[in-house]
Design a protein around this ligand. Structure first.
Ligand SMILES: [Zn+2]
Length: 383
């Protein structure tokens, strides 16, 4: 728990931030439920409502809350309680991607859950681009102009879809969207009708096929081009993988016409689960929680401060901007001045283009944003 002096200092910075931030009100603010948190509890209070931007800003400046969350649902009476009293009008779709859910990130074994490194941030950014470019746009037909992407403020990204076709979707329909992008319940035999049939040519999807079939064909072609180890990652044995790479041109030509006969799939279950892992969005837990059923969930308000980092849950102007987004530079809030801190222990990290640390039992004067980051990550305290 932060001491009173530290809490006051950081709340002072948050207050100044909210005095100066522009356009903090989300669309249709009067229909949204807000919640606020303390440094200890991300959502300590909820069921708040604001008529307009001025009212919201006054609350933010007066209270300097470390966390601000907002609903993706719109209500007739957003401050009504319990939930049923709010009068649900509709809900937008939100995808919450968190580096914590990326099991492919091996760096977590080194730095643990309480730290976020550049690899975590790069990995989750790529996964977010993958979600948008390979699922939301081609498979669901959402338009980039109807999407709002923002950094989560800590270790992930949020993609809000403001397409009016999603507004009235039932919980079950939302669950199906989640299942589709995480590859849940997709059967191999759907795409390989002759799999395991003796004397039958193995027929499979073509790269031009819509949806999962095309993704599967393109995934295999990509692995063929990447080489033996990529194929082995998919559960194909070394000898077969080497043969496939040698005959790559021929194999790829086959797949483009739906002829998969050259690819021998001995361990079907293993192969399939590996292929799925490579192609689906590896976020089943948080996507389940947020896209499906629970439309009463509230999520960080875009452009608000995140009380675990002091970074901004910043709106990102476009998909193109996302591709080169570096939150440790682009989402910095407290740019002014320096603070003296005692750092217990922190790995090397990079903020605002500057390498910092590693630190151990050190007294340092750091740029305010870096000092606050370490304090909120429980790695340092005010000196
Ligand atoms: Zn990491």
């Amino acid at each position: 728990m932060l001491d009173a002096k530290t809490t006051d200092a950081i709340k002072g910075l948050i207050k100044t931030y909210y005095q100066n931030v522009q356009n903090i009100a989300p669309p249709n603010i009067e229909k949204l439920e807000f919640g606020f948190g303390t440094f200890e509890n991300k959502i300590a209070y909820r069921h708040y409502a604001f008529k307009n931007e001025a009212a919201l800003r006054k609350y933010l400046v007066d209270n300097a809350p470390p966390f601000v969350s907002v609903s993706s649902s719109e209500y007739q009476k957003p401050d009504g309680r319990p939930m049923e009293a709010k009068g649900l009008i509709g809900s937008w779709l939100v995808f919450d991607l968190d580096a914590d859910d990326l099991s492919s990130l091996k760096c977590k074994l080194e730095h643990g859950k309480s730290w976020v490194c550049q690899k975590c941030l790069d990995g989750i950014r790529e996964e977010t681009v993958h979600l948008i470019e390979d699922f939301l746009i081609p498979d669901f037909g959402f338009d980039e102009k109807d999407m709002q992407i923002n950094f989560s403020g800590n270790r992930g990204y949020h993609v809000h879809v403001y397409d009016k076709r999603v507004y009235g979707l039932s919980g079950d329909a939302r669950k199906q969207i989640g299942d589709y992008i995480t590859g849940k319940g997709i059967e191999l035999t759907t795409f390989f009708p002759t799999l395991g049939m003796r004397g039958k040519r193995l027929e499979g999807p073509k790269p031009t096929d819509y949806g999962w079939g095309g993704k599967l064909a393109n995934g295999i072609i990509r692995a063929l081009n990447d080489g033996v180890s990529s194929l082995m990652d998919m559960g194909i044995d070394k000898k077969s993988a080497e043969l496939l790479v040698r005959k790559r041109a021929e194999v790829i030509l086959g797949i483009t016409t739906g002829n998969w006969d050259m690819i021998n799939i001995p361990k079907k279950a293993e192969f399939w689960s590996n292929v799925l892992k490579g192609i689906s969005i590896e976020q089943s837990e948080s996507i389940d929680k947020n896209v499906t059923g629970d439309i009463s969930k509230i999520l960080r308000l875009p452009d608000s401060i995140h009380g675990d980092t002091g970074l901004i849950a910043k709106r990102i102007p476009s998909l193109k901007a996302l591709k080169s987004y570096d939150p440790m530079t682009d989402a910095i809030a407290f740019k002014e001045g320096k603070l003296k801190v005692h750092i217990d222990k922190a790995p090397k990290f990079r903020m605002n283009g500057e390498d910092l640390g590693p630190f151990e039992n050190a007294d340092k004067e750091l740029p305010t944003y870096a000092a606050v980051y370490l304090i909120l990550k429980k790695r340092a305290r005010l000196a």
